[in-house]
Design a protein around this ligand. Structure first.
Ligand SMILES: Cc1ncc(COP(=O)(O)O)c(C=O)c1O
Length: 492
């Protein structure tokens, strides 16, 4: 799948190209170094924020009553408190409750987010074969897994929505095609990101069938879809649709503290992945001092789901519907929908005749904080803690935007650009471990990257170790320097 790029020049590209990379508040508001402490900055933010449409999904609301303060709960492996690296007591019970909740054949807790879950899952799958089918919208933790495990990517493209400038779902047809062109005996697994950052959900059941037909395990990065639970009016989870391994963040749409996640073995995995091996891989990369407040928040999340949580989740698609209804009359806003299924909690909105940055800034100034600018739209992320008042506030701010910024055109439909040509010269590990140097971005163009550049959120790489740095990288990131391989090593 590696394609070759023509490196003709390093001229600047039109501004519209920069819309490929999601932009968040960090990149848009520059706080001067030394101007304030983190504590003050958090306090200031909390004073400004009227409604949260970003992670974490609890939205700062205590959804489950806690008997302990966070500091009281900040304990360690004391008698009765179990040990996450080899659980035999309360933490093993918690994992069993998670397995029941998501319908898995076994679930493991991550206190280093979906990131650690993805790395552990990829390492567990690549003990023999070393190649992995990786989508262009893979999270940067996938690149880290490739560096740690010496895994070689076979890049493939999910659907690209040019109108919105965002990656979409993987169609079952293209999955079949991709799988049929690879040498199955060398491929350790296929990764699919579903839902995507914009909320596009892939048909995992079909893709799993195609993978298994070719004797290839399927790993689904469902970091943004931990709320895909039965009875919650959500798409079906990859866990029950045939994926062999599924990874969740518990903090994006659910109420886990930031950095909580899970790995699930499929309900009836075709590939029997040894759960002890998976735990060993997780122990390799995550802290040996797991945070008990985080573990407690995982328990509270599961307790919430076992009690009232699914009702809270089931309400969210209705809130989205109400938002759409309240904006319908002004005919100004478009809501992103995937060609396939779209998750209701990911609300990506574009205002006709206005740039996404304008809409983003307007919302922030009025105390409604979106998750990110995503292509032509602004992503507003609901979570289990979202309430009716949040959505009412969002509707009000959007209608104000419409009144104060008269429409001057249509949603740009000339397509937000992305580069299809990538040249993977060295494996990510070879490049990462090579002698390297930092150079200004314009000097890096045409050289072999030795690091991953992936603006966060959502952490989709625009530059991967071992790839020749594409000229457009200059327009896709705000970093000033990139680490490149010192000598132009070749893979032969
Ligand atoms: C698609 C995707 N996968 C994985 C991750 C990593 O999740 P976590 O923040 O829980 O480590 C993210 C984070 O933004 C993501 O967007």
């Amino acid at each position: 799948m590696t394609q070759h790029v023509m490196l003709t020049n390093s001229q600047p590209f039109p501004e519209k190209f920069s819309a490929l990379v999601p932009v968040n508040a960090k990149q848009r508001s520059f706080s001067r170094i030394g101007a304030m402490t983190l504590g003050t900055a958090i306090q200031r933010h909390l004073q400004q924020e009227k409604a949260s449409f970003h992670t974490p999904g609890h939205k700062g609301r205590e959804l489950a009553k806690s008997t302990n303060s966070l500091l009281q709960a900040d304990l360690t492996e004391l008698p009765g408190l179990d040990e996450l690296s080899n659980p035999e007591g309360v933490l093993l019970d918690l994992e069993a409750r998670a397995a029941k909740m998501w319908g898995s054949a076994g679930s493991l807790i991550s206190v280093n987010g979906a990131s650690a879950g993805i790395i552990a899952a990829m390492l567990a799958l690549t003990t023999e074969r070393k190649k992995f089918l990786v989508p262009r919208n893979a999270h940067r933790s996938v690149i880290n897994a490739m560096v740690v495990g010496g895994i070689e990517p076979i890049w493939y493209e999910p659907t690209w929505d040019a109108r919105w400038g965002t990656w979409g779902a993987v169609s079952p047809v293209s999955a079949r095609k991709i799988l049929s062109t690879c040498k199955a005996s060398e491929v350790a697994g296929m990764l699919v990101v579903s839902p995507t950052y914009a909320g596009a959900v892939s048909d995992i059941a079909s893709i799993a069938d195609s993978c298994h037909f070719r004797d290839i395990p399927l790993l689904v990065d469902e970091a943004h879809g931990a709320h895909f639970l039965p009875d919650a009016c959500a798409p079906s989870s990859a866990v029950t649709c045939g994926a062999d391994l599924t990874v969740h963040s518990l903090h994006k749409t659910l109420s886990g503290m930031t950095q909580t996640g899970m790995i699930h073995l499929g309900e009836s995995p075709v590939f029997r992945i040894d759960i002890d091996l998976l735990r060993a891989q997780l122990n390799l990369i995550q802290s040996s001092s797991p945070s008990y407040p985080m573990l407690l928040s995982i328990e509270q999340t599961i307790t919430l789901l076992e009690t009232n949580g699914k009702n809270l989740l089931a309400h969210l698609p209705h809130l989205r519907g109400r938002l759409e209804d309240s904006l319908a009359d002004c005919r100004r806003f478009e809501f992103y929908t995937s060609r396939f299924e779209t998750d209701a909690l990911h609300i990506c909105i574009a205002a006709r005749g206005a740039r996404a940055e304008q809409l983003y800034d307007f919302c922030v100034e009025r105390g409604v904080f979106p998750e990110a600018i995503l292509g032509q739209g602004v992503l507003f992320l609901m979570g289990i803690g979202t309430v009716t008042e949040d959505v009412a506030e969002l509707a009000k701010v959007l209608l104000d935007f419409h009144t104060q910024n008269p429409e001057t055109g249509s949603l740009a439909d000339d397509g937000v650009w992305h580069f299809t040509e990538i040249e993977q010269v060295l494996s990510p590990r070879q490049a990462f471990m090579s002698p390297s140097q930092m150079v200004p971005v314009h000097e890096a163009v045409g050289r072999i990257a030795a690091e991953c550049v992936a603006p966060c959120p959502p952490g989709i790489p625009v530059c991967v170790p071992g790839q020749r740095v594409h000229p457009e990288v200059m327009n896709l990131t705000s970093v000033k320097k990139i680490r490149v391989v010192r000598e132009q090593l070749t893979s032969e």
